[in-house]
Design a protein around this ligand. Sequence first.
Ligand SMILES: NC(=O)C1=CN([C@@H]2O[C@H](COP(=O)(O)OP(=O)(O)OC[C@H]3O[C@@H](n4cnc5c(N)ncnc54)[C@H](OP(=O)(O)O)[C@@H]3O)[C@@H](O)[C@H]2O)C=CC1
Ligand SMILES: O=C(O)CCC(=O)C(=O)O
Ligand SMILES: [Mg+2]
Length: 745
Amino acid sequence: MSNKQPTIIYTLTDEAPLLATYAFLPIMRSFIEPAGIKITTSDISLSSRVLAAFPEFLTEAQRVPDELAALGKLTLLPDTNIIKLPNISASVPQLLAAIKELQGKGYKIPDFPELPKTEEDKAIRTRYSKILGSAVNPVLREGNSDRRAPKAVKEYARKHPHSMSKWSMASRTHVAHMRDGDFYHDEVSITLDRARNVRMELVTKSGKTLVLKPEVKLLNGEIIDSMFMSKKALCEFYEEQMEDARQTGLLFSLHVKATMMKVSHPIVFGHCVKIFYKDAFAKHAKTFEDLGINVNNGMVDLYTKIEKLSSGEKEEIIRDLHACHEHRPSLAMVDSAKGITNFHSPSDVIVDASMPAMIRSGGKMYGADGRQYDCKAVMPESTFSRIYQEMINFCKTHGAFDPRTIGSVPNVGLMAQQAEEYGSHDKTFEIPEDGAARFVDNETGEVLTEQNVETGDIWRMCQVKDEPIRDWVKLAVTRARNSNTPAVFWLDAFRPHEHEVIQKVVKYVQEYDIKDLKIEIMSQVRAMRYTLERLVRGKDTISVTGNILRDYLTDLFPIMELGTSAKMLSIVPLMAGGGMYETGAGGSAPKHVKQLTEENHLRWDSLGEFLALGASLEDMGCKTDNAQAKLLAKTLDAAVGKLLDNNKNPSPKTGELDNRGSQFYLAMYWSQELAAQSEDKTLQARFAPLAKALADNEKAIVAELAEVQGKPVDINGYYASDSETLQKVMRPSKTLNAVLAAANG
Ligand SMILES: NC(=O)C1=CN([C@@H]2O[C@H](COP(=O)(O)OP(=O)(O)OC[C@H]3O[C@@H](n4cnc5c(N)ncnc54)[C@H](OP(=O)(O)O)[C@@H]3O)[C@@H](O)[C@H]2O)C=CC1
Ligand SMILES: O=C(O)CCC(=O)C(=O)O
Ligand SMILES: [Mg+2]
């Protein structure tokens, strides 16, 4: 046992989860500190990451340390215990807004160089690139992922089923994906025979050798993939699908994950927008180039930049853009009332959240008139899009899922040590010239892979190390055994990368006695069908997947089963021995901030935080033999059960109980559980008065929390608010604050 004080590190992130944190931290402290457990915070918000990247632009007082890097290092230590809330994986428009806000607050950080020309601009751009997209999770996720719906949550969903829209056999909704020329078709994969130092280079048809990445250090047994997406095939695909949607009268809707595939997917997104508005882009090519318009960042980039033009020029462009709509399909809308389409920003429609929402709505998305229509969900990469089509087929045949009766699909996901797409960010390139794209061993000159590519193709290297695969297999077998549930590895032997992974899975599974377990390997589409057949019969099936499907399935199934992925238990057993407890499987819900600032109601559900805290305490209790930590975990679990039983979840409707009210109830139930137990008399004596004070003041507290609602509230910014304001907004009940202060002595 270490002599260090047991410590939980709680992350400060962005948007709704950060707001909720300002209410939750004081509550948590009141419960944890009496047991000698310390809570520290680590600010990994977007604004803090921006400031940490540019110390020389700031005054001494403004500088902040790089807390993400420090936290990343801690994940490699055995006694680390982190509670990680969702953070913004910033798109360019989000980063630009954060920079602008910080500059407005007196931080003299540089502008984001959109078209860097000088060396200095390029260096700044490189620093900003490290902050863009999925920049936090790959650093902290030094372990694989275990996400599931706890029993109490599943029972709650069965008792209080969320609404599911009807599916009809007549639905024309479908998924459109490329059938050729995408990453699935153009992939080569190898397992390394020894550690190697490799470069990525392009030998152009004109005879030049361009080194795109001089060095990638690879380990023995590591799997590396060379894959590319053909620009020509992608653009043809978009043309065909747009024409098909137009002729058949379907909404056209594009779904990408531009945050996690932060280099490739913005390009994939941008081509779609440029094809849709092809005529306007051809006519105004020169102006757009002069303005530095880059629709990889969405139409918002275009609309912002044409503001600089005279009103005549601007109107002409807008007229020409509108004219394109006449021979194109209707677009799915993100906000019909404001005329914001699917093309506005690549971070508005993120596959993991957007596809389940569409399937939950009976295959419908919103059109420009605010009504719901069948749609063509365009997901160019066929690798994983087919699973959604399989689910759609199933819903059309069987009708919508019934949350009262369906089973559950927990996930064990491969993601440790920047597995698969997580590690591809600095190894993804837009090909500048036709040629051969190759991985070459720097020491021997050996060409490991070679693929012919054309200008504009997207070429990348993905990798996965051997140890994470072994750990993933162990986690899958352990979950299958502990829950007595079949586990299916979703792996397609016809995809080169997964073919290599299968070899390792087969090898590492043999390290366990699995004769009483049901462990299978199936291609994704078969795995989906098999899982769905079981799901509708009330049976559970563990999905064991690579990184992308980890992400996709841990929103998809929870949203069908529970109505949300916020109520998921989401654990990352760190490979070095520590633990990271993520809060739910959803994101930072920007819509929720909007509702808060307009109506002072925060609908964010902190159940994920409560579950993560429970898992974190339990783990601490077991690893350090700390009975009080175990007791806190047990009583918190019971309190969560009571919270669900009494339906004290936050309501989406202003005027009803919100996040702050739900947190109050958690505190009340938790203190009651601690007061009612007799295992630990000290904790009992400590919490009895708190339980009484909270119960005695329930009415007053709930009334004070309700009173503030219905009016706008100023949170002093969006990305870089200040803690004083947030505390004030998130802790509006004087009575609750006084009770907690008294309890903390
Ligand atoms: N682990 C992480 O760090 C993750 C970060 N993200 C980031 O989050 C941001 C937003 O992503 P987006 O795709 O919009 O996904 P979100 O999960 O944030 O939002 C989709 C919808 O899910 C519902 N939702 C999600 N979490 C909760 C919760 N705790 N309580 C209540 N409802 C919830 C909300 O529905 P409703 O509007 O109906 O209330 C919300 O509008 C992006 O910047 C993304 O990169 C995304 C996923 C994970
Ligand atoms: O890292 C990200 O950008 C989002 C991750 C995510 O969506 C998830 O873990 O479910
Ligand atoms: Mg996700």
